[in-house]
Design a protein around this ligand. Structure first.
Ligand code: FAD
Ligand code: EPU
Length: 338
């Protein structure tokens, strides 16, 4: 029998550490729990929020509906010649899965080491870091369709992955709950070292033929040096996406700011949002209980006791100033729960 709790504090369920409340709260440990839950029309009709590790969310107010906390566990694997197919429950901690694979020498997830959150959320924004995105390693995912109360399989192509984007953030938003994710990994590593910071750190350590364990350690080291640890400083990683703009729009920015940090993105150009924000004077600034991180201006932080509204208001000020200075509109990457 499912336990539905009432008036639950979400403070320990979001990495910003915002003290919002959920009107109703349920933990899901098995896919069948979802069938049971949605047999009751009350929960079908109610506003819902699926919650993993709460590491990509900002609660701007209390949530006046049902929070569905995913806790489906389990990691299984099958080896087929050189390939390893690994399937993990939505409630597994992402970095535990990475560590499991690195320890067993299943290659593919090592560049995604130390990203907070759950396996089930990883396809939502196609998590990415240090030259690898989820789309490079995912085979498929299983998701519970709320309307039909059935589980469907989404092949990688069905997920329409893009930069910090998928079908689950667009057409299918709110319609499916991911229950497990399957990855296609390899027993013969093809280490991805093209992200500059990885190469530099490997050189510093004198490593010329890195193993996937080396890559995982180096990525973890770089991340710790740049990003605040949510267990001490509340945050949700990059608050904004790096803006992708047309070449023509880029030429205008470049003409006035030749030093703008940018990367090719297909026919377009991706700008480093952290650089834009830093140029507007925001890096390391403290405003009340909130501010931007001293080593990474793209990360907004809770210095203790911040409300979601304060953080949101800071993000709006940053959007305004970047737009005024560069004519570039930043888009929030973090999910705003209002
Ligand atoms: P939550 O925050 O709980 O949820 C995020 C979204 O997914 C919400 O819309 C939620 O409703 C939905 N959701 C969650 N689980 C499910 C499910 N099972 N089914 C359907 N919908 C679901 N992200 C990166 O891509 N790259 C990084 O390098 C990175 N670095 C970070 C560093 C720090 C310090 C922090 C705090 C965050 C970072 N993030 C990064 C963001 C975050 O880790 C990812 O977005 C992660 O996938 C969120 O997982 P979660 O379980 O915490 O999701
Ligand atoms: N920069 C600055 N000032 C800053 C921050 C960055 O000038 O305060 C410039 C620097 O030139 C730096 C460049 O921006 O070299 C890129 O910075 P960084 O390598 O830290 O990466 P990012 O583009 O800011 C993205 C992702 C991160 C991911 C890293 C590594 C987005 C929105 N963010 O950050 O993802 O970990 O690359 O791949 O794409 C997240 O999504 O939460 C996240 C942390």
């Amino acid at each position: 029998m499912l336990q539905i709790q009432q008036n639950v504090s979400l403070r320990n369920f979001n990495t910003f550490g915002i003290d919002a409340k959920a009107k109703y709260f349920v933990e899901i440990s098995h896919a069948d729990d979802l069938t049971e839950l949605f047999l009751d029309p009350q929960w079908q009709q109610m506003e819902r929020l699926v919650l993993g590790g709460g590491s990509n969310m900002l609660f701007v107010q209390d949530f006046d509906g049902l929070v569905i906390r995913m806790n489906i566990r389990g990691i299984e694997h099958r080896i087929n010649h050189d390939e390893v197919h690994v399937e993990a429950g939505a409630g597994e901690v992402w970095n535990d899965l990475v560590n499991f694979c690195v320890t067993h020498e299943y290659a593919g997830l090592e560049n995604l080491s130390l990203i907070p959150g759950s396996v089930g959320a990883s396809p939502i924004q196609n998590i990415g870091a240090y030259g690898v995105e989820l789309k490079d390693v995912i085979e498929s995912c299983q998701a519970f369709e709320i309307a039909s109360r059935t589980i469907k399989t989404f092949a990688k192509e069905d997920c329409r992955f893009g930069y910090r984007d998928s079908i689950f953030k667009n057409e299918l938003k709110g319609k499916y709950i991911i229950t497990s994710v399957k990855f296609r990994l390899s027993l013969t590593p093809d280490v991805k070292l093209h992200y500059g910071a990885i190469k530099e750190e490997l050189e510093k350590r004198g490593i010329t033929s890195p193993t996937i364990k080396d890559v995982s350690q180096v990525v973890s080291h770089i991340r710790v040096s740049k990003l605040p640890d949510p267990s001490t400083i509340g945050n949700a990683g990059s608050f904004f996406k790096n803006p992708v703009i047309t070449k023509e729009a880029f030429e205008k920015v470049h003409a006035h700011h030749p030093e703008v940090v940018h990367y090719p993105a297909g026919d377009d150009v991706k700008l480093a949002a952290g650089w834009l924000i830093e140029q507007c004077g925001w890096k390391g600034k403290v405003l009340g209980h909130t501010g931007t991180w001293k080593n990474q201006a793209l990360v907004l932080v809770n210095h203790g006791g911040a409300t979601g509204e304060e953080v949101y208001s800071l993000s709006s000020q940053i959007i305004d100033s970047v737009y005024t200075k560069f004519g570039v509109l930043l888009e929030r990457e973090v999910n705003i729960i209002a």
